[in-house]
Design a protein around this ligand. Sequence first.
Ligand code: ATP
Length: 289
Amino acid sequence: VGVFFRPLDKIAAVIETYPRGIAGFRRYQELLATEPEIADSPDAVAAPPLRGAIRFEGVSFAYDDGRPTLHDIDLAVRPGETLAFVGPSGAGKTTLLALVPRFYDPTAGRITIDGLPLAAMTIQSLRRQIGIVSQDVFLFGGTLRENIAYGRLGATEAEIVRAAKQAQLGPMIAALPEGLDTVVGERGVMLSGGQKQRVAIARVFLKNPPILILDEATSALDTETEREIQSALDALAVGRTTLIIAHRLATIRHADRIVVMEAGRITEIGSHGELAGSGGRYARLNAAV
Ligand code: ATP
């Protein structure tokens, strides 16, 4: 994990709006420049406010090298549901979720949200309704306030403060002499991995999207940090359709359903209770933990 290219980090970059002229913007541009462009279809319209019923219908996908990565995926996600995607490295979890914000388009089949094909919506109106928290959080050289406000340009001070609290950043900000005015990054205070993740969570609280994609950290965090991030993420997921690439057992057990993927296919799907008793791969993995 994390050894090779991780599309979700790039999606997270693509999906947020870029304040122009801020330090670090260039890096984003470079990141974006490496990715294929997906254009709006000529008759695309702005998506209405989405409830988040996501359907994958016979979705297959191959990267440019032509190697098939996803095979004929059928999956219906209920609005507000939390799904945990598990499976070995390379199974296609990241790739599948990368199709939702149209970072790539399926090579066959289609994806709909609330019955509307993704291809019928403008990419901007779609991505505005998807929040992403990936493993690598990008902070630009600026204040904490600016870094959080990046979740939704034009947010008020009160909204920024509330998002910071919701993301469990309150105590950290209170402990900094300059609070939200603290400059972070290379020229300022270096944040820990866990603190950076909470900044990313605060951005998504501010954005308030109906759909959430989470790439759970695989790196070891101390118990305290993990608990703080977990409770912030749990709060974030409430009332949103949430798709998680899950690595932690607690996340997996608490998901409404678990989707087991192997070699580009869904091999099992069900609640923890259902799968644990099914005698399948999940049951074996679960027994081994
Ligand atoms: P992990 O848990 O390690 O992140 P994953 O289940 O998320 O794994 P993906 O990252 O979706 O799996 O990878 C699925 C397959 O697609 C792998 O064989 C991977 O090498 C390949 N792949 C991923 N990104 C690209 C890319 N940009 N170009 C070509 N192949 C890619």
